[in-house]
Structures are given as C-alpha cells and as structure tokens.
Design a binder for this molecule. Structure first.
Ligand code: IFM
Length: 448
C-alpha cells in the first residue's frame, strides 16, 4: 500500500518534536540557572559516553538557521519545550528576562515562517535549586510548577495555541527517582512514589491552570507507551505482562481520566497511598483536549521471581533475534496500532496525537549525504499503523516525528541519532538526511 498524506485527512497535524535540554546547549548563557540534567550530565560516570548537554546542537544560538531548515522541509508544526531554569533560574521567584526573550524570539520566528509552535512545559530539566529541596518528591512542587506554568502562559500564551503539560511522567519519575539512570539519579522507591504522585497531580493541575488563564488553546500532556506482550501463554508470564503494562502504560493516564491509580492490576501502587492526601483523587483528573502518545517499540515480558516488587522482566530485543534500532529497541510497527486502539478505547474518547515516534540508526554522512533508508522505512511502517488505527475509528489526529536534529539522547549521549537532520557535533554543521527529504515530499504530496 502506497502511503499518502491525503489518507489522514486535511485536518491531521504533522510536525516534529524536540526538547530544550537535548538541543539548546548554552547551559550557562544569558542568566540560565542549572537544571538537574546540567548537574547530572556533568557528573562523571552518569552519561555512557562521558558527554554532556552543555553545547548539544547549540540551538540557543542557531535556532533561526534551524527554523529556516524546518521551513525548507515544509514542516508546519514544531513541538519544543521550555527550559524552566532558563526562565526561572532558581525555579521560583526571580524571572530571567533574557530567557524569556529567547523564547519570544523562537516563537516569533516560528510564526513568521508559518510554523505553529507546540510547547511542552516540562521535558525533564527541573531547576537544580528545586531538586535541592527534594524536587518532584517534595509536594511543594505543585506550587513551584504552578508558578512556572503561570509565567509561561502569561508571557507566551498570546501567541502559542497548543500546550502540553508534561513529557512522559513515567520516564522522568521512574528513571530519575527509582532506577537512578536519569537525572536526578535517585534510587529510592519512596521517592519514586512521591515523585510519581506529585507529577500526576501537576499534570492535571497544570492543565486546569492553563485552561483558567487561557480558554482559547488546546491543552494536552504526553505519555511514553510500549505495547506489552507476555513471552508465553503461561499464567505467570501473562500476569507479569499485566503488571508491566499497568506500570508502563496505565499508571498516569488512568488517574487523569478520573479512573484512579490502577492498583488492582499493580498492587505495588498501594504504597503510593502514604502520599495521597484527602481530596487528591479529584485533583488527579482533568479533561485534556488531547493526549500525546509516544511510541517506539514493544516489550516482551516474562515472569521473574528475581525482580523484586514486580516479578516481571523485559526480555530484551537483543535476545529475541528481531530487527532493532541503535537503542536496541525492537522495530515493531504494530505496537503503535495496538496502543492507539488501547488509548482510544478509554471512556471520553479524548483526541490522540502521536507526539513522538522515530528511530535512531547508525547514520553515515558520506559526500554530504545521509542515506538513512532504514529510518524512512521505519517511519512509513509506523505511519501505516497509525492510519490503520484511524481508519478503524480511533480518534487520532496528529503525528510528530522524533526528532528534527540529531541531539543529546540523555544517558546515551550523542551516539543514537534520531534526527531527520544530521548534526556534526564538532562543527555544528547540519545536513538534511534522506529521511528529511522523504518527509518533505510526503508532506508536499497532498492533493486536498
Ligand atoms: O529522546 C527521547 C525524548 O526526550 C523522550 N521520548 C523518547 C525519546 C527517544 O528516547
């Protein structure tokens, strides 16, 4: 089947996604305060390659050049995040004028080029000053976050019509406060549960606050999700898969939809009870205009008595002899179909938007060309599954490629390249990959 943009309909939103810490660099420029990721990546041993996000793509200085490239590729929507510590260096209180001016310039230039800005308020770079007070594990985060949201809406809300509250709360709380592999590098179950509950509250409270300040905008939030299957049909593997699915895919969306935490399928969540105050249950719910789905792969799960708390283990793609990306993630396009069906089946039928999908492959730049045919194939095959879900009635109305520029892939450093545009990190030279040209042709080909 030949894939055509037409099949998705004229009001389908197409774009690319990025995050402040992964691209901006300029970590100490223009009055920016440190974030947890500045501190984490500058701590020896935290990033596999020893690299930092100090410079990244230097997007802070090169944003105009990069937006012109985006314009050249006819990409109509750009999802990016605001660095909290660039606008509020201490997390609260003093407002950094040059940080505000940077985002004003960025937003204004997007609009000048007819690129619609979509802003994620929080994509993992908590101001370090707030982490010193406990960060997401401290309930005061709700007030700190509200102050930050209020600032962003009051300064940028006149021009920005699409807002996302959080990026992937499961990842920044789980990897940051329980596994310790992301900033702030904590390994503590209680901190994780506290952080998770406060993030779930902030996602709803943030949405409510935006709606109260600005009635004419679209509000969403985003979730990482992977289609989960048991390794075998043994009862132990099946129930292990249910627990993992609950943790990975359901823990944050269900309270948001007013369905409470899914304790029945993951009894471990009862331990979150100590952080839940009277009245919180209602505060966890908010009716978003859209839910952002971010999918890359599927996970195969087996029972393991050796894994504490959850007794479930991911069977890595490497052990399964399947096609993988440079992240060792299985290429499994049907994953996105299953997830769209799953999220689309929740009551309320909130609109879904794929706010991230993409792949890292070991790209080679040769004679000015990056022939990343694997990425093109990956994007096409996932898009076909998005279309399949849409044609079966799922209310999905947008797709953003992760990502525009190769960038800082968190604990993995710069090795995994996800971009449609290649970045030479020693010279900051950009080269449009074949996948970037493919996306342009795909976006151009519409006939409506
Ligand atoms: O780079 C990340 C992004 O920040 C969040 N979602 C997944 C991407 C790829 O790992």
């Amino acid at each position: 089947m030949q894939l055509s943009k037409d099949d998705f309909g004229a009001d389908f939103t197409w774009g690319v996604s990025a995050a402040a810490y992964q691209i901006e660099g300029a970590h100490q420029t223009g009055g920016k305060g440190a974030s947890v990721w500045d501190t984490f990546s500058n701590t020896k041993g935290k990033i596999k390659s020893g690299e930092t996000g100090n410079v990244a793509c230097d997007f802070y200085h090169k944003y105009a050049h990069d937006l012109l490239l985006m314009h050249q590729l006819h990409i109509p929507n750009f999802r990016f995040s605001i660095s909290w510590s660039r606008v509020l260096p201490n997390g609260t209180g003093f407002v950094n004028r040059s940080g505000i001016e940077f985002y004003n310039r960025l937003i204004d230039f997007c609009l000048e080029l007819d690129i619609e800005p979509w802003i994620t308020l929080y994509h993992w770079d908590l101001p370090y000053e707030l982490e010193k007070k406990g960060g997401w594990a401290n309930r005061e985060i709700i007030d700190w976050f509200n102050e930050y949201v209020q600032l962003c809406i009051s300064r940028f809300g006149d021009r920005v019509k699409n807002w996302m509250v959080l990026n992937e709360p499961m990842v920044f709380t789980g990897a940051g406060y329980f596994l310790g592999i992301h900033a702030p590098g904590k390994r503590n179950l209680r901190s994780f549960f506290a952080a998770a509950h406060h993030a779930a509250l902030c996602q709803a409270e943030g949405g409510r606050l935006i709606r109260s300040l600005k009635s004419d905008c679209k509000i969403g939030t985003t979730f990482s999700c992977s289609h989960v299957e048991p390794l075998t049909q043994d009862a132990d593997d099946i129930s292990a898969a249910v627990r993992m699915d609950t943790l990975m895919n359901r823990m944050f969306i269900e309270p948001l939809l007013g369905l409470s935490y899914p304790v029945k399928d993951l009894p471990l969540l009862e331990r979150m009870g100590e952080f839940i105050l009277p009245g919180d249950e209602q505060k966890l719910a908010f009716d978003m205009d859209f839910i952002g789905i971010q999918n890359y792969t599927r996970e195969i799960i087996r029972y393991s008595r050796l894994v504490p708390l959850i007794n479930a283990k991911i069977v890595s793609a490497g052990r399964r002899n399947v096609e993988t990306t440079a992240m060792d993630w299985e290429v499994y396009p049907e994953s996105i179909y299953h997830l769209l069906k799953k999220f689309g089946a929740y009551p309320g039928k909130t609109q879904l938007i794929v706010t991230e999908n993409g792949a890292a492959f070991p790209d080679i730049l040769s004679d000015g060309v990056v022939a990343d045919e694997k990425r093109i194939k990956y994007l096409q095959s996932y898009l076909k599954q998005v279309l399949r879900a849409k044609q079966e009635g799922v209310n999905v109305n947008g797709y953003f490629v992760w990502t525009f520029l190769d960038n800082f892939e968190w604990a993995e450093g710069y090795r995994p390249r996800f971009g449609l545009v290649h970045v030479d990190f020693s010279t900051q030279k950009r080269t449009i990959k074949n996948s970037g040209r493919w996306y342009k042709n795909f976006l151009d080909a519409a006939t409506y």
